[in-house]
Design a protein around this ligand. Structure first.
Ligand code: FES
Ligand code: FES
Length: 151
């Protein structure tokens, strides 16, 4: 075990974990932040997406020892009241079905729009292609991202 001070959603969160513990499990099991979901555990589904210094990353692939001192943002910290433009657009388009993948989808979309505020359809497809939705909400996701880009 080793002690790390992780910067999560603007707060310093001390944790005492094995250095190889993935950030996903630090969030869920040690910090009681279940918004970030476990899907595949091997970087293939996007359910565990968080932001590292504003960029979408797969938290299941990042050991705690690799993220100290960096700005980590989870779905819980994306906005104060769940009113980030992407979250608003998601509600407007009633995107979620079972909801399991949606935190990861929203974090990927928010990162895309931060880096590319006016993405083309091809940009959206390329950027979101690593986020799997078993319920097939892809069309509504794309529409919501277009709406969020206008906000
Ligand atoms: S759980 Fe991390 S990519 Fe699937
Ligand atoms: S909404 Fe069910 S997996 Fe995406």
């Amino acid at each position: 075990m080793a002690k790390y001070n992780l910067k999560i959603n603007g707060k310093t969160r001390p944790v005492d974990v094995d250095p190889s513990t993935p950030l996903l499990w630090v969030l869920r099991d040690y910090l009681d932040m279940p918004g970030t979901k476990y899907g595949c555990g091997v970087g293939q589904c996007g359910a565990c997406t968080v932001h590292l210094n504003g960029v979408a990353v797969r938290s299941c692939q990042l050991p705690a020892s690799a993220v100290t001192g960096q700005e980590i943002t989870t779905i819980e910290g994306l906005s104060a009241k769940g009113d980030h433009p992407v979250q608003q657009a998601w509600l407007e388009h009633d995107v979620a079905q079972c909801g399991y993948c949606q935190a990861g989808q929203i974090m990927s979309a928010a990162s895309l729009l931060k880096m590319n505020p006016n993405p083309s359809d091809e940009d959206i497809e390329a950027s979101m292609s690593g986020n799997i939705c078993r319920c097939g909400t892809y069309l509504r996701i794309k529409e919501a991202i277009r709406t969020a880009a206008k906000k």
